[in-house]
Design a binder for this molecule. Sequence first.
Ligand code: NAD
Length: 498
Amino acid sequence: MKTIGHFINGTHVPGQSGRTGEVFNPATGEVSAHVALAGPADLDAAIAAAAAAQPGWAATNPQRRARVFFRFVALINQHMDELAELLSSEHGKTVEDSRGDIIRGLEVAEFVCGIPHLQKGEFTEGAGPGIDMYSMRQPLGIGAGITPFNFPAMIPLWMFAPAIAAGNAFILKPSERDPSVPMRLAELMLEAGLPAGILNLVNGDKAVVDAILAHEEIGGVSFVGSTPIARHVYATAAAHGKRVQAFGGAKNHMIVMPDADIEKAADALIGSGYGSAGERCMAISVAVPVGEETADRLVAALAPKVERLKVGPYTDAATDMGPVITLAAKQRINTLVERGVAAGAEVVVDGRGFSLQGYENGYFVGGTLFDRVTPDMEIYREEIFGPVLSVVRTASYEEAIALPLKHAYGNGVAIFTRDGDTARDFAARINIGMVGINVPIPTPLAYHSFGGWKASAFGDLNQHGTDSIKFWTRTKTVTARWPSGIKEGAQFSMPTME
Ligand code: NAD
């Protein structure tokens, strides 16, 4: 049986806590590995390594820091097939989708190859007589990242790439459900030339997360996961004086206007609602057709596509969507579907009771399509995080836009229409962080930034893009006057630039 420990100071270590967790193959339900669950002593070892290595790394000129990422990008590309296979074996998503997970993270590693430019400060010559003023962006020191199971390559890369490129050391605490790919990424960073101790990986659960949130040597914490834990991380890390960004759950709507191409909208909903078994924070889980006729046409187009979804293991190349991550996740999804039925939603396609011959112990859930869902229902309010799409019928554009406007979550949203004026009004008025216009999953690219609003994100700076460099650095502003100023003698009133 494979055992997965921690990666501290460039070395694999078994860990000191004596606690372990099980990693499953979600397609078969079999245990594939045991993972160490760190305690405070393991974190202390990682922090000691980070603190020793960080000053030297921060003093390394930015072009040299960038070159580590150039080599790292090449290494990931070289190992792409191996990484994608490993990711699918622990997560369950298709190999093609795992490649997407890796590539969306890799793109952030490419982005930070520009760190010499990204980290440049500001300079004002002659801010006063003989006075120059300049700002530097210096690393926080040690940063930490706590990541979810659903993107085990992309989200760790979103965090550690900008943090490390900017001169920080980093403690990564990946999801205990699929820890192998983050571990390979840490190994590849070392192989790319990163000094030992700059990227340390501690596996674990709440115990080590809480130790991270309170550790006085950690300057900044980035979290991605569910909203209740994001709130806990945000409040606790802030109470300990840390900079924190915490991204949470989602309930993403797609409005379908009467003038939209219904076939295209339906295809977009299938990919974004059921891809990765709905386990994406940018998945569309609510379709909002405007007008009864639009709704009838949309449901008629969706139903056969949901019925035809090929649910299977990642090892089958024909699979559209794999299993969900755990047995508990499968049971939770089925329970929510049952409650939706009990609340009066119309089940157009019922994914409950799905079973795959030869994989009876796998965590498979069939695709479910609900029609006539109303905003008071639990299946509308809660993030299901499974292959379940709800159709909420509306009579007008105003009624449709009111739904995402009033929803607690604000991660992503989309509108399908041929009318530029409607799309423009929608983008202007919606209170959601990422907006798609005829694009179902509007996940911004590496050089823009990613982040939701409302209960989907706490903190004020987004992931990747220039925001990430701001998050992982702090500003120091120097006001400098050279000898001629000193000759003028002491000044006792408040200095101004008048
Ligand atoms: P999760 O909240 O269960 O776990 C996330 C991380 O927190 C893991 O590393 C886990 O070990 C740790 N954790 C779990 N319980 C904890 C506790 N009680 N105290 C401290 N730490 C704890 O989330 P998940 O199931 O791994 O991921 C799915 C969730 O993540 C969904 O809600 C999804 O929408 C969200 N997500 C959000 C984004 C985004 O950018 N907004 C991106 C991906 C996923």
